[in-house]
Design a protein around this ligand. Structure first.
Ligand code: HEM
Length: 232
């Protein structure tokens, strides 16, 4: 019963929120002057920005920002290759996930822990941080920590052979959870927290990953104000 909800219901709820809210936010101008109206040129809202922290304590970012971004990119590619490999029984693809995932996971952990520490240590950063800045980093550190704990401490590997077919069945709209239901608890938790994180994703500044800097040099200034601020 719980497995059915967590590995059938939750993935579909996550997909609906991830794409639905992103598209709604992108084109209705939610939280902006276009609020509530569909407008194909709305291009997001006033919070569709990373709220760059580079102005404050720039020297303290150092390699951490690079590690965070390269780490998550390597993890994304490694997961894709590993889960496809798991679905089609491709041993070398799953093995690639093991080592690339380990490297990307360690890089990402360093970057994310340091990003969180800066928000607590640097007073200006603390003042400009909003709850989602902390929640995102905590989510990612927990997810990464669970993945690394299982791979590097418990030395359990090869769960892609269960997770790959499950993910494939979800995509094909023919959910089949027998394999994933038998996976180790830590890995199931890793996937469940990841799904919760992806459901939360479109409500945060992370939507900036869908921005392409094509109009960067010609665009007008971005006004960074909250909708509540506009009403005053
Ligand atoms: C819904 C999204 C996700 C799914 C389905 C997923 C699935 C998995 C699976 C099945 C494994 C075990 C691989 C195996 O034993 O063959 C794994 C490992 C791992 N995951 Fe994820 N994951 C997700 C999101 C994430 C995210 C967002 C992060 C990073 C913040 C992450 C970081 C890791 C790390 C570091 C490992 C260990 C890699 C290694 O074994 O060397 N995962 N993941």
């Amino acid at each position: 019963m719980w497995d059915s909800f967590l590995f059938i219901g939750l993935p579909y709820i996550t997909v609906a929120l991830f794409f639905g809210v992103t598209i709604y936010r992108g084109f209705s101008g939610m939280m902006s002057g276009h609020r509530g109206k569909w407008n194909w040129t709305a291009r997001g809202d006033y919070l569709w920005t990373t709220r760059s922290t580079g102005f404050f304590g720039r020297a303290s970012i150092g390699a951490a920002s690079l590690c965070l971004h390269w780490g998550i990119l390597i993890l994304l590619i490694a997961h894709l290759i590993g889960l496809i490999g798991g679905a089609y029984n491709l041993v070398s693809w799953v093995n690639f996930f093991r080592w690339a995932g380990l490297g990307g996971g360690v890089l990402f952990l360093y970057g994310a822990v340091w990003a969180l520490a800066r928000r607590v240590i640097v007073p200006q950063l603390k003042a400009m941080s909003t709850p989602d800045d902390y929640i995102i980093l905590l989510f990612l550190i927990v997810i990464d920590g669970l993945g690394l704990y299982q791979a590097a401490v418990k030395l359990v590997f090869g769960i892609s052979y269960s997770a790959g077919p499950w993910l494939g069945s979800i995509i094909k709209l023919q959910p089949e959870i027998t394999a994933i239901a038998g996976a180790p608890f830590i890995n199931k938790l890793h996937i469940i927290v990841s799904l919760l994180f992806l459901a939360y994703f479109p409500f945060t500044k992370l939507v900036h990953v869908f921005s392409y800097p094509f109009g960067y040099s010609t665009r007008s200034f971005v006004s960074m104000r909250r909708y509540v601020g506009l009403k005053k």
